[in-house]
Ligand binder design. Sequence first.
Ligand code: ATP
Length: 199
Amino acid sequence: MLKIGLTGGIGSGKTTVARIFEVLGIPVYYADNAAKKLMNEDENLKQQVIKHFGTESYIDGKLNTSFLAEVVFSDPQKTLLINSIIHPATLADSEKWFQKQFCPYAIKEAALIFEANAQKNLDLVIGVSSPLEVRIQRVIKRDSLTKEAVEKRMQHQMDERKKMEQCDFIINNNDVELLIPQVISIHEKLLQNIYRLHL
Ligand code: ATP
């Protein structure tokens, strides 16, 4: 089974694209959701978060996401620190998840793949590309954030062009090109390659 990464900047449409792959029967690991689950359930991870970010990181044992987002996104060093705590845990968790999938390929959706050097554990990476202004407007609408808050979050991510250069497939989610045909085309290519590999 091929392990496929799916990445893109904030608001590029990774989750939207991942849902289309799910409709085609492809299992998807959502790294962001998995990280939150692990931070709520994994005692070792919880202790590390508390040690570095304080007891306010949890309220009644539940992750205080708004507090952590505020702390983490205001300081690049803290972004690096939280990522260095979370990435090894989600990497191990996603590897376990991949091993349980029985299908031609499975997808790991994550905002940070190249930033975390996670591509070395993946066979191919699909990038979702979207113009900056479209991404900003989508996130303002989805998360009721100000433009400044969205831009602050985006500052911590790798430049979109550099990210897309490293991807094996690119899906353009620019409000002009249709998403579904692009996903189906990649799905077919992946299936054909897999069949070729198994002939
Ligand atoms: P994040 O990294 O912030 O989680 P994401 O890359 O997963 O974002 P989505 O959540 O898929 O992005 O998309 C951001 C918002 O834009 C969502 O509200 C989604 O419904 C909307 N959106 C994405 N693509 C399209 C599209 N082609 N047409 C209309 N709305 C879209």
